[in-house]
Write a protein that binds this ligand. Structure first.
Ligand code: BES
Ligand code: MN
Ligand code: ZN
Length: 505
């Protein structure tokens, strides 16, 4: 797909389709009003007839409208003008793209990007529109023997910005949106690949390919190297599987020489059977997505590399397969973590925190400015926050606020949860320093609290993406989240955010 930022009049632009908005109660947007004028009030007539009322996300396709150069006009419902905020903007763009893809034309001039969205500038509108367009066009059909019959006609999209001041901002936003979308698509592809293909070794190969493409440094530690370091907790998860575990480290060092790096740590369980604490059968296939934290580290590093962000950034991936083989860790086994804390593994299905705690200790060696770990960590987080917000935990509220802002602005939201000491109670063990589970209550919080024992030496945040990394049901598939959040966070850190709006709502 080719994107560009253009300015121009809706009646003069020559394209397969001009896309303009109509608010609820048939109120025309500026671009729609112009078309109405040159077509002798054709739109007004249609709206009077009741063919469209401007309800959010509805569409009406018109052919051969008099007085305009383009062959088609697509009216898109915007809903109430007062409530035309972030999510309505995304819904309108998405509805337009989906419809355009089902038509004959290959290009479109989209005027929806010229609409006012409260608190946001042209950079934001271009960034979001690009992201949403990619989202609406994503397909994963590489494993079907015949390509999917679904039509996908759009090849070129022009986002229109009529104010000349907006064009430069919009071009910035477009570049950022494209990088985020390419990064997110990479994450989606990795998440959608099944466990027999996307193994820890495959993740390592992907990291090496990324390093080669963008000239990043990469290291891959194997089982023996991890054992020599004392990463027993991570290794305890891999024991039941024939797939060898990998610790993958990527370095993007485009910041100042002595600037401390941002470190991203991803949970990369390429399949989670639960181990000896075996999971029930139904929907177990979804546990192929248990590497989406790792996938989002790779996707974000790709976005950062595409944007050549002037920051120091390190990605660490703890990759293993959780299987119930004959050598598998058993409930009650005790292991010594890299940090030296002993852990009683009461449930082998609480494996994410086990691979992460060693990777988080490993992160200390980079003297990080801050560390964010990303993990499909708990089913409890899905119960708490559903599929809307990722769970955010942090030992530093200012840092948490930075990430919450990035989530709000990128439309990839997170919600902060507590890490109070009271939640530590259940993690106490009669036999070791820590137990790896603490009962059903507050399961997402106690998992985060477990991790917090390993992150006392630096500024840290944890994103539980169990509910946001994929969709279940008919549209089953990876979402690419939280790549937009993380990329936006890095853009802001790099001082490359061309968006004045930083307020949360
Ligand atoms: N990968 C799962 C968490 C998960 C569950 C993600 C459902 C997405 C959807 C994790 O390894 C796990 O199994 N967690 C257990 C923890 C429990 C044993 C304390 C859970 O959430 O049930
Ligand atoms: Mn598990
Ligand atoms: Zn898991």
């Amino acid at each position: 797909m080719k994107f560009s930022i253009k300015s121009g009049n809706p009646e003069k632009l020559r394209s397969a389709c001009v896309v303009v908005g109509v608010y609820a109660n048939s109120k025309l947007s500026d671009a729609a009003a112009r078309i109405d004028d040159v077509s002798k009030k054709f739109l007004t007539k249609l709206l009077h007839q009741g063919d469209m009322d401007g309800k959010l996300g509805t569409t009406l396709l018109l052919h051969g409208v008099a007085g305009i150069e383009s062959s088609r006009v697509l009216l898109v419902g915007l809903g109430n003008e007062k409530s035309f905020t972030e999510s309505a903007f995304r819904t309108a763009i998405s509805a337009a793209i989906k419809l355009l893809n089902s038509l004959g034309g290959e290009d479109a001039a989209i005027f929806l990007t010229d609409l006012k969205v409260r608190k946001h500038d042209a950079a934001w509108r271009a960034r979001q529109a690009t992201l949403v367009t990619h989202e609406a066009c994503y397909r994963f059909d590489s494993l079907k023997s015949k390509p999917s019959p679904a039509k996908q006609s759009l090849k070129k999209v022009d986002f229109i910005f009529s104010r000349s001041n907006d064009v430069k901002l919009a071009n910035h936003g477009l570049a950022q949106g494209e990088a985020m979308a390419i990064g997110s698509n990479f994450t989606k592809d990795l998440g959608n690949l099944p466990g027999n293909m996307c193994t820890p070794s495959y993740l390592a190969e992907q990291a090496m390919a990324l390093a080669k493409e963008f000239k990043l440094d990469v290291q891959v530690l194997d089982r023996d190297e991890m054992a020599a370091l004392g990463m027993n907790t991570l290794l305890s998860v891999a024991r039941g599987s024939h797939e060898p575990p990998k610790l993958i480290v990527l370095h993007h060092m485009l910041g100042k020489k002595n600037e401390k790096p941002v470190v991203l740590v991803g949970k990369g369980i390429t399949f989670d059977t639960g181990g000896i604490s075996l999971k029930p059968g139904p929907e177990m296939d979804e546990m192929k997505y248990d590497m989406c934290g790792a996938g989002s580290v790779l996707g974000t590093m790709k976005a950062a590399a595409l944007l050549k962000l002037p920051i120091n950034l390190i990605g660490i991936i703890a990759a293993a397969e959780n299987m119930p083989g004959s050598k598998a860790t058993k409930p009650g086994d005790i292991v010594t973590s890299l940090a030296g804390l002993t852990i009683e593994i009461l449930n082998t299905d609480a494996e994410g925190r086990l691979v992460l705690c060693d990777a988080l200790t490993y992160a200390e060696r980079f003297d990080p400015a801050c560390v964010v770990d990303i993990a499909t960590l708990t089913g409890a987080c899905v119960i708490a926050l559903g599929h809307v917000a990722s769970g955010l935990y942090s030992n530093d509220d200012a840092f948490a606020a930075e990430l919450l802002d990035a989530g709000q602005i990128s439309g990839d939201r997170a919600w902060q949860m507590p890490l109070w000491v009271e939640y530590h109670e259940g993690l106490k063990s009669n036999f070791a320093d820590l137990a790896n589970i603490a009962g059903r209550a507050g399961g997402s919080i106690t998992a985060a609290r477990f991790l917090s024992s390993f992150t006392e030496k630096y500024t840290w945040a944890h994103l539980d993406i169990a509910g946001t990394a994929w969709k279940s049901g008919k549209e089953k598939g990876a979402t690419g989240r939280p790549v937009p959040l993380l990329t936006h966070f890095l853009i802001a850190r790099a001082g490359m955010e061309k968006n004045i709006s930083r307020k949360r709502s």
